[in-house]
Design a protein around this ligand. Sequence first.
Ligand code: SAM
Length: 222
Amino acid sequence: MVNWGSGANNPKFKRRRERLVETLADKGIEDPRVLEAFSIVPRHIFVDTALQDRAYKDTALPIGKEQTISQPFTVASQTELLEVKPGEKVLEIGTGSGYQASILCELGAEVYTVERHKKLYEKARSTLKELGYSVRAKLGDGTLGWSAYAPYDAIVVTAGAPVVPDDLVEQLAINGRLVVPVGDEKRQEMIRIIKIRKDEYEEEHYSDFKFVPLIGKKGWQK
Ligand code: SAM
């Protein structure tokens, strides 16, 4: 699916991607489709040239505007919890670099993504286009979701929320999964909410992570 122009296909980075996938598997990522997506998406294209040598370390990296491209293990953990099947409609809150959106594309999802920073939104759109990923992107407050295209089979929030944003729960389809880190500024617990049937939900709690804050009407205030 990926368009392998513009340095994306550098063999040096391909070998590093393979090692990153081994690291993710060692750390407990089991879903072979998720691991396969990580072996394909060229993470080095989503960061500044000066940071490309660090792109396949399992660490978060700066992308400007005091934001980060999340640590690959974090992206993989959230993606695994989403249990995306090909053709499903997935909403991401916090486009950032566009990397997570590309992973979702590689899983065959129809991807929608919202970012609040104009610069990041524009940069991510151009990176995704350059790589040939077809993603519907919006500039705005993702704590309100994206009601125009709801309901979604899966929603992932890639910034730390103070509480589960209720608009996102409302925009889930039946059997839909919402994966959202919730906590204070220091640590957030990963929560998965599954909409079992109309007005009936299951809530599961996973490990702690550290995210940049989700800022918006139903998130942290600026
Ligand atoms: N998913 C991104 C990636 O793959 O590069 C990384 C996301 S970064 C950890 C979190 C992003 O959430 C930041 O780009 C930040 O600007 C964005 N964000 C924070 N609050 C938001 C909101 N209310 N709506 C949309 N985006 C938001």
